[in-house]
Write a protein that binds this ligand. Structure first.
Ligand SMILES: Cc1cc2nc3c(=O)[nH]c(=O)nc-3n(C[C@H](O)[C@H](O)[C@H](O)COP(=O)(O)OP(=O)(O)OC[C@H]3O[C@@H](n4cnc5c(N)ncnc54)[C@H](O)[C@@H]3O)c2cc1C
Ligand code: FES
Length: 277
């Protein structure tokens, strides 16, 4: 059992958890994730390690309630326990001094981009963070990101805060201003990552995305997370989750991620009925 030390909402349906997990906290690196089960008979869900402290023996995850398991997890508070947490899994982010690195987070993707942005800053990069949300309340982790960024741009779809528009428009604006960008890291919904790749491709800017296909075992055995990158089949759990954005077949990934939609909807409806009665 893994004890929840702290739990608080950052935005509607987006919750921050600090979890006691000393061995994961000791070995985790930016870009890696855990697979957890809320209860013994529950499904296994992958979540990026958003933060951690080896001496304090804890890791943090940030969870967007989208379906049965994430909504169930978001009902838990400090003092409750999670049945199991396996990790760290996946390849760590490739970190070096690229020069100017742009870290782009869409919605809960911001939480996933954060540890990599911290590692890029520590490696000596000039870090520009662009963070998008539907409206002001969905722009998460602002103080932490402002702290480690040389430039920080919040963007909202409805213009309620920061730049009025999508993160891709802000990115295009920086390119148009003549800024030299050496690396773009984009993490968020599939359409957003695809759009970022389309902006940077004509300029030949190295662009990395962290993919979120369906995962089951997280160890390369089940094949559930296979994606096509540069025409080759790769397993996001062991070969990724980060890949060259210009090489990813986003159409295929989008189709595969929708494969269980009907089943997922039924499970969520059953869960909501159960908590309401
Ligand atoms: C490497 C990785 C890191 C992730 N990190 C985070 C994170 O830090 N915070 C966060 O909120 N979410 C993260 N996700 C997505 C998260 O795992 C899914 O939202 C979650 O599994 C949905 O489960 P559910 O039962 O609540 O919803 P469901 O109703 O089962 O699914 C809702 C949607 O989530 C996706 N999904 C479902 N099951 C899985 C699965 N086993 N693996 C991946 N995606 C799935 C599908 O696109 C589906 O349409 C990550 C996914 C991956 C692959
Ligand atoms: S999750 Fe099973 S192979 Fe990657």
């Amino acid at each position: 059992m893994f004890r929840i030390l702290e739990a608080r909402f950052l935005a509607p349906d987006v919750k921050y958890f600090r979890i006691e997990a000393p061995s994961i906290a000791r070995s985790r690196r930016a870009g890696q994730f855990v697979i957890l089960r809320v209860a013994a008979d529950g499904e296994r869900i992958p979540l990026t390690i958003a933060d951690g402290d080896a001496s304090g023996g804890w890791i943090a995850v940030i969870v967007q309630g989208v379906g049965k398991t994430t909504k169930h997890l978001n009902t838990l508070g400090a003092g409750a326990s999670i049945h199991d947490v396996a990790g760290p899994l996946g390849m760590p982010s490739h970190i070096q001094n690229f020069g100017t690195a742009v870290s782009i987070g869409g919605g809960v993707g911001t939480a996933i981009a954060y540890p990599t942005a911290v590692a890029l800053k520590r490696a000596g990069n000039y870090v520009i963070s662009i963070v998008g949300g539907r409206s002001r309340e969905y722009v998460i982790m602002e103080p932490a990101l402002r702290d480690i960024s040389d430039e920080f741009y919040p963007c909202t779809d409805d213009g309620s805060y920061g730049f009025h528009g999508f993160v891709t428009q802000k990115l295009q604006g920086l390119i148009d201003e003549g800024k030299t960008l050496d690396l773009v890291l984009a993490i968020g919904p599939i359409p957003m990552m695809r759009a970022v790749a389309d902006v940077t491709r004509p300029f030949g800017i190295k662009t990395i995305v962290s993919l979120n296909p369906i995962m089951v075992d997280g160890t390369g055995m089940c094949g559930g997370c296979r994606v096509s990158v540069g025409g080759e089949t790769r397993f996001a759990c062991v070969d990724g989750p980060e890949f060259d954005a210009h090489e990813v077949d986003f159409d295929l990934m989008e189709r595969r991620n929708k494969a269980y939609l009907g089943f997922e909807r039924n499970r969520l409806e059953a869960f909501l009925e159960q908590v309401q009665t």
